[in-house]
Write a protein that binds this ligand. Sequence first.
Ligand code: URA
Length: 437
Amino acid sequence: MSAFSAVELIIAKRERGELSTAAINWLVENYVAGKVADEQMSAMAMAILLNGMNRREIHDLTTAMIASGERLDFAGLAWPTADKHSTGGVGDKITLPLAPLVASFGVAVPQLSGRGLGHTGGTLDKLESIRGWRAALSNDEMHRQLAEVGAVICAAGSGLAPADRKLYALRDVTGTVESIALISSSIMSKKIAEGTGSLVLDVKVGTGAFMKTVERARELAQTLVALGQDAGVKTTALLTDMNTPLGLKIGNALEVEESIEVLQGGGPADVIELTVELAAEMLRLAGLGEVDVRANLNNGKAHDKWAEMIQAQGGDLSVPLPQARESHVVVAPSTGYLNRLDALQVGVAAWRLGAGRARKEDAVQFGAGITLHAKPGEQVTAGQPLMTLFTDEAARFDAGLASLEGAFDIAANNALGERPANRFGGSGSIVIDRIEG
Ligand code: URA
């Protein structure tokens, strides 16, 4: 006779009950073992999304998901370790310049990343646009690269938090992604199992993010930070704006291109700002104190580390990045201030142009995506190019353009007002708040 029944636990959560530690352990263990069915776990995920979980339940769910797989251990490494996780956004290529930048200061970055699904891109898809680059590394290869180069971005092995892998796939097709309990246990089970010593979370807020309001994003950030600290991982979070795409390039190869610009001391102000702020936070948590982070973008050290990191995984940076076969320019319909450029709509458009996938099995087009020629707050003139759309299949332009309908506002008055310039030349900081334990 089993200790619990899945149906009784689903009913308990449906009726807003609290699940005990033993019940959560039983549920996760039996789900991974195939004894709790996908349809039962889907119902449970929906009950959790609707009725929530308290901190103790979220902690137990995270612990049970970690226990479902292996744990990596970097304690033997000569360098301290720090990692970053973003809750996902449009044009969010920050991992690419960030990992080598942090490693260039002597802090190792073990970045286990994923592929894109839906409108947010995946780091592995972006890096795979570099000829020869290999995402799949064994645990030994990952350790060796961390010891020798100090930075690795690779696919999370199937042994890490398998309960999350199974549950995430289910949530993706059952409308149960946007639950604070489920998002936080999903993210933190992987990050804690990965074995990093410290962790900085980039919690996105806005139209292009899971969390649409600052209040919800703050609640998610606080939950994530508490889970990290309970597990002995030094954790902080930045709340950052995702109402408009990050940077000027959205799409796999396009984002690699923009990351290289940043690593060579250039690039858009918002990408530089976020890269530098996250790096400073990671270095501080790893015990380095105040350092001039931007210096290593300007003096070539971060770029050298990038080249080492990519080459260690077979990437050939001398081969030009793939380019889309077709392009289409969208021009400003009137003169005035660009007051809004919606992140979600731009993300969906890039996805439909071929930059993302609709099903896990689909291939992405490396050259597909969108280049922006103006950002919110800037003045534009009627007829001036606003953005260029790229795809390998011209038939996709209609779907891309349909997604962009109503995606921007141009008006005579600057609705954004005079926003203070950030330290990197952009208008208005995208870092909204910082959350620590
Ligand atoms: N990223 C994850 O890894 N899990 C979620 O649930 C959401 C974002």
